[in-house]
Design a protein around this ligand. Structure first.
Ligand code: ATP
Ligand code: MG
Length: 560
């Protein structure tokens, strides 16, 4: 397959779906909400700066022997309440906005996933793709909940506090300005160490919990080989590692707050002592009692945004990595169109045609098929035979359009399989594999695959055809019974597989070793179902053993 990296850059621009574009379109689609969010954020910063100023006036009035009126007390209360309300509104709007963006990203990723060729799934572990959908998108969500927006808000708040303090006490302002870089570096250091310890703890906890099922699964081997002590030692070691990492994390957490409180107290003490001095020092530090109270409140709230900024930087860094991985996912090659020249019209009544087909799973690797030709006419039954690994299943998958040929072409009723819309495919062909693939849902869902064009009657008919109807009727909720791995035997699942393939009455049946793992009694049952399902259809099947059906039907054997 031509899944080479160089093609990534030559994708049509319409196919390129960048994360940034999703975010911009989310902002455009929610323009009013975005503007409101900005206004609420600005309001919340402004209102968070006001209460100490009102407090300053109240204390100064009291110190001057004036009576602080009810109105000023009420305004203090109102401002504090509004500040709290705006803060809560800001937080929930950021969360909603983040969810809207991640919802769009996940939708775009799902759409992309449907357009990816089978080679993508061969080359990439399912866990890697799942991690992009879950972890990487979560990091982008945290970019909103605790990333860029909140960082901008915190920087504004910090700047606001510094400006107010400068206007109230230049000396304290200068002192704060001087200690801020060192404080920030210290905060980052603590946060990095804490994060490292938390990650180590998580790894150790993961290893510890993994050992429990591992031990249970191998309990007999462990006992036979007298490895109990070794297993216990391993278990104890990971538990110890987890404890140590957790202790380190707790230590940094416990030590950070007292350091910050001490620095804050030290600065306040210096400021108070200096404001009691005379001369130039007093000029720098001098202030009224009310101003002192306000300034102490500001100093107290100065360290919170500083700490938050540290965490926000951390989140932005991990979001950047998630951002990059999702962007790479969007750049993955999509299902390419059939190579080579247009096939031209195959002979009339041709169900399947493979002409001069060459195919390999990975570029540069051994060709599984070379110049392969196969023509199957409508109504014909064909058996593909040949030694294991020769490429029988590969031929079936090429016909089903799961892979595209490297050279040559494949047509299905005169059309290239990759150009047939998904909704139409089930009416053209049914595909039964050796293994039944269970989907979450009821027995009926296993057959309809949640396709709204499949009616209840069609489900019943397909079950009757395969001889499974009576069995399903005996289930507690009939076809509405939730389907689990243990609900049916292997042979019954294979019958379900046939029902799934024929439910929309397709013109062609593709069967790949469907009786390979069955005992002879079940095999007879499955073959009978197959016999019924194959009537009036084109059938292409793969088998080491030739089915009994060839006695009754005119079957053509093709050896690869
Ligand atoms: P069997 O009778 O054992 O089912 P088969 O004739 O159906 O064999 P295929 O499954 O078509 O053989 O495989 C043909 C060759 O392609 C084998 O060498 C196999 O290793 C290789 N192959 C099959 N599937 C993949 C895959 N997903 N990625 C890479 N190579 C594959
Ligand atoms: Mg096979």
């Amino acid at each position: 397959m031509n899944a080479n990296k160089s093609e990534k850059t030559s994708q049509p621009s319409a196919d390129q779906f960048s994360v940034l574009r999703v975010i911009i379109s989310a902002v455009q689609n929610n323009l009013y909400m975005s503007l409101l969010l900005m206004a609420v954020t600005a309001g919340s910063i402004l209102f968070s700066l006001l209460p100490p100023l009102v407090l300053e006036r109240i204390i100064d009035m009291i110190a001057a022997g004036k009576k602080a009126g009810l109105s000023i007390a009420a305004s203090y209360f109102m401002i504090t309440a509004i500040s709290g309300f705006l803060d809560a509104a800001k937080e929930s709007m950021i969360t909603i906005f983040g969810q809207k963006v991640t919802h769009r990203i996940r939708t775009a990723m799902s759409e992309k996933l449907n357009r990816l060729p089978a080679s993508y799934f061969i080359e990439n572990e399912p866990g890697v793709t799942a991690s992009r959908f879950v972890n990487d998108v979560n990091t982008i969500e945290s970019l909103f909940s605790s990333g860029v927006i909140s960082m901008a808000a915190d920087i504004c708040k910090l700047t606001g506090i510094l400006i107010v303090i400068f206007t109230k006490s230049t000396g304290l302002g200068l002192m704060l300005l001087a200690v801020t870089p060192a404080l920030f570096l210290m905060t980052r250091l603590f946060q990095k160490r804490m994060l490292k310890a938390q990650l180590e703890s998580r790894v150790a906890v993961g290893q510890t919990s993994q050992q429990i099922p591992e031990t249970l699964n191998n309990i007999r081997t462990i006992r036979i080989l007298h490895q109990e002590k070794y297993m216990l030692g391993r278990y104890g070691k990971t538990i110890e590692q987890g404890f140590q990492a957790q202790e380190r994390s707790n230590f940094y957490d416990a030590v950070y707050s007292p350091i910050i409180i001490s620095i804050s107290a030290l600065l306040t003490g210096i400021m108070m002592a200096a404001s009691a001095q005379s001369g130039i020092i007093r000029q720098f530090f001098g202030m009224s009692a009310g101003t002192a109270a306000a300034v102490i409140a500001y100093v107290g709230s100065f360290f919170d945004p500083l700490e938050s900024i540290g965490m926000e930087i951390q989140n932005i860094q991990s979001a950047a990595a998630g951002f990059r991985r999702i962007s790479d996912f969007f750049k993955e090659n999509e299902q390419k169109k059939s190579p080579g020249q247009e096939p031209g019209l195959p002979e009339k009544n041709t169900a399947v045609c493979l002409r001069s087909v060459s195919f390999c799973y990975k570029e540069g690797e051994r060709e599984i098929l070379h110049d392969f030709n196969l023509t199957v006419m409508e109504g014909e039954s064909v058996i593909l035979a040949g030694r294991t690994g020769i490429g029988k299943s590969t031929v079936i998958k090429l016909i089903a359009g799961l892979y595209l040929p490297e050279r040559g072409f494949v047509t299905l009723f005169g059309r290239s399989p990759d150009t047939i819309p998904d909704a139409e495919k089930r009416q053209l062909f049914g595909y039964v594999e050796q293994q039944f693939h269970l989907i979450p849902g009821t027995v009926g869902d296993q057959i309809s695959l949640m396709d709204p064009q499949v009616s209840g009657l069609q489900i019943e008919q397909s079950l009757r055809m395969t001889g499974l109807w009576e069995t399903v009727c005996c289930l507690p909720q009939g076809i509405h019974t939730p389907c689990t791995e243990n609900l049916f035997s292997q042979g019954q699942f294979q019958l379900l597989s046939i029902a799934r393939a024929v439910v929309l009455n397709p013109k062609l049946l593709l069967l790949d070793e469907i009786t390979a793992n069955l005992d002879s009694a079940t095999e007879t049952q499955v073959l009978a179902a197959l016999e019924a399902a194959s009537r009036n259809r084109t059938v292409i099947s793969v088998s080491h053993r030739l089915y009994g059906m060839e006695k009754n039907r005119n079957m053509r054997l093709i050896t690869l």
